[in-house]
Ligand binder design. Sequence first.
Ligand code: ADP
Ligand code: MG
Length: 449
Amino acid sequence: MPMDQVNTLTWKPNDEVVCQYDFPGRSRDDLPFRRGDLLVIVNPTSDPNWFRARNSNGVEGMIPANYVTLRRVVTLHAMPWFHGKISRGEAEQLLQPRQDGLFLVRESNNYPGDYTLCVCHEAKVEHYHILIQNNRLTIDEEVYFKSLDELVQHYTSNADGLCTRLIRPVKKAGDSFGTVSIQDFRSGGWVIARQDVELGELIGKGDFGDVYKGTYRGQPVAAKQLKDRERGGQSFLQEASVMTSLRHENLVKLIGVVLGETIFLVTEFMGKGSLVEYLRTRGRNVITKKDQINFATDTCSAMNYLESKSLVHRDLAARNVLVHDDGTAKVSDFGLAKFGDFSLSSQRFPIKWTAPESLRNNIFTNKSDMWSFGVLLWETYSFGRVPYPRIPLADVVMHVERGYRMEAPEGCPAEIYSIMKQAWEIRPEARPTFHEVLGRLDHLRSVTV
Ligand code: ADP
Ligand code: MG
């Protein structure tokens, strides 16, 4: 049954909603939809319970607000007390010394998908099952919360039926970027049902698992499977959480996540595969100057959008740009993406694409993405060659720091090579912004036949 009341005051044109029930429509003005459909709000009406919306075929009509959920951005929480999938025994080990109110939260082992709150009281540990009911969390089935954060805050201010109030968390070590809670994907309207996704052939292998071609309610999709939940869970969900905040025609669109036994990240299907493979397999005879400038401009347009949001991609390369059936290039692979400037040690980077200051000092900014964009331009105009041919990987950094730069690929327009050279300025400040480069590429695109 549809929800009685929804607060629709904040719903804006262009917001996305996901349908929770089938709606056949009652009059000709209505837009019929089925559970699982994605719609975009066109505008509110004088009645807060009805909105004008558009479906994926571009058809517009009226929809009842209580049949749909607004999609919200999933953000990272600082949840230092969340320890993920640890056992009951491990939790008890961590809760030392046994002071009243010392607590942590873990994923439930007996009830997959649920959580457990573990609290010390009188030298013992109590384990409270946190149930998920209708996208909300509860311990006593009396008080309900939207997030783990909210639940912890509540029981910190008041024991409210627990053995004690929560006083001090056992903090998880090495967790500086915050955690993503599965619950936020649920309440944010991003979870799609496993039975709505039909899996087809295997089309790729990722770091975290296999990528399948599939369909989601008839629409072609790619479904990336998380293989090892213990190991990759947080990074995988972090990639999905970054994607919930992004919407641009040159970024691969997140359709939703499947949660359960196996976790899938479901995105729009990019029929022509990765840009690097596309360039290599078609080559000079098929790919035109126009195609190349289109790929470059599309990619730059997405990067300009990320730059405007201070989001650093960190892994920009032709292998992480995908090509749609209609030829549009879209940036993907936000596995390493982070907001703001940051540094991080002990990670392995794709050396030939990574800026010198990132390799040396682990500093990643939109300017280091610009360096990678220069390499991507080189790949594009050399039809997918591996950068720095003939230089052994171990020597690349040394050569680059001494001032060596790749030559222009054969047939590369002078204006493009000049962008590459500026992207490879040793001083990050001397490199152009994506905004500037986009202007130049747009112009070049308009004069390329
Ligand atoms: P990871 O970065 O985790 O290693 P990717 O996201 O790069 O994994 O995916 C691996 C491969 O799967 C890609 O190189 C591409 O060939 C294929 N692939 C991934 N996403 C899509 C998609 N949306 N459409 C078509 N193919 C895809
Ligand atoms: Mg990849």
